[in-house]
Design a protein around this ligand. Structure first.
Ligand SMILES: Nc1ncnc2c1ncn2[C@@H]1O[C@H](COP(=O)(O)OP(=O)(O)O)[C@@H](O)[C@H]1O
Ligand SMILES: [Mg+2]
Length: 320
């Protein structure tokens, strides 16, 4: 597994060098050279032209999607959009009708692909009588992990369950079970983590714990595909967002790329006025005109769409 200490140290060194080059224009050629080399590395997940039909139902209608190394990609969409189908294909649990899905360069479902990923299903249920430690031990055997007790202790600490090691699943809150589910998915140090609605049962504090955990995983170089309907969560943690609707990608990009300008709002003594077509450069002129008209101007604000606006627009009113 590359997520060994040596592997991690080497990757951190490369990342530090890249950041160093990136900050200095003198090294721009070196940066491009290095970037080209990195491009040759297989994406953690690469899906192209993916189609899945269940009889007459087309769950996926030709999806292209990539999760690169150390990238956290959020997959958004209303119920029935095809999110879980895509994740199940990546795990090898569902066969695509046509198209290609690869995990770290290996065909989805192959032994190599399965060894490289960790998965938390949307509706999981662990045996109630098993303790957290026993559950992780079972998954270590299933994943042929040799991490032993050290790995189990580390994973429980990572998800904030260090004090619940001997507690049976049935005595845990839903939030604790969900965090245990994430620890289970991390057994064997996978390069790609597939999480299907991992925060759905969590309260705000639990969600924040998962968010911190995702940030930590990103630092460790794990790639994550996160299915969620919680837009704010996605906006806060994801590098990129892909919005699915009816089995097709309807929008994709970084949260800031997706948030488009929505005009300018100016507050005067007569209240707030919106200029939907205006841009940042129009603000001095608009303020000048309002002042010439005898208005008192108290403030001007550039309006941008939130991820929620983009999502609602992309799925055009479909319920989630
Ligand atoms: N095993 C199955 N048999 C038949 N239809 C299915 C099956 N699994 C999913 N579907 C259908 O495929 C579509 C996409 O489902 P799913 O991938 O679960 O969406 P999401 O996770 O975005 O809610 C839905 O119309 C769903 O009813
Ligand atoms: Mg689903």
């Amino acid at each position: 597994m590359w997520w060994s200490l040596e592997g991690l140290a080497a990757r951190k060194r490369v990342a530090a060098r890249l950041r160093f080059f990136c900050d200095r224009s003198l090294f721009v050629t070196a940066w491009h050279d290095t970037e080209c080399t990195l491009d040759a590395v297989s994406a953690a997940l690469a899906v192209s032209g993916l189609v899945k039909r269940y009889g007459a139902v087309e769950a996926l209608g030709g999806v292209d999607l990539e999760v690169r190394e150390s990238e956290l990609v959020g997959l958004l969409g209303p119920n029935g959009a095809g999110k879980s189908t895509l994740v199940k294909i990546a795990c090898g649990l569902v066969r695509p009708t046509t198209g290609r899905a690869e995990v770290c360069g290996a065909r989805a479902g192959s032994r190599e692909a399965r060894a490289a990923l960790g998965y938390l299903a949307e509706l999981f249920r662990f045996p109630g009588w098993m303790t957290a430690d026993e559950l992780l031990e079972l998954h270590q055997r299933l994943a042929a992990s040799h991490g032993g007790e050290r790995e189990r202790v580390d994973l429980l600490e990572l998800v904030g369950l260090q004090d619940a090691r001997r507690r049976p699943v049935e005595a845990m809150s839903k939030g604790m079970q969900q965090r245990l589910g994430i620890a289970q998915a991390l057994v064997g140090s996978p390069r790609l983590l597939l999480l299907d609605e991992p925060t759905s049962a969590l309260d705000p504090v639990g969600r924040r714990t998962v968010r911190t955990l995702l940030e930590e995983l990103q630092r460790r170089g794990v790639s994550v595909l996160l299915n969620s309907h919680l837009l704010s969560e996605i906006e806060l943690v994801c590098d990129r967002v892909v919005i699915l609707l009816g089995g097709r990608v309807v929008a994709a990009g970084t949260p800031s790329e997706l948030a488009r300008p929505r005009g300018v709002e100016i507050e005067t003594n007569e209240g707030k006025r919106t200029f939907p077509e205006a841009e940042r450069d129009d603000i001095p002129r608009l303020v000048g005109e309002l002042v010439r008209d005898g208005k008192s101007v108290y403030g001007a604000r550039l309006l941008t769409s939130t991820l929620e606006d983009v999502y609602v627009e992309a799925v055009s009113g479909e319920t989630s």
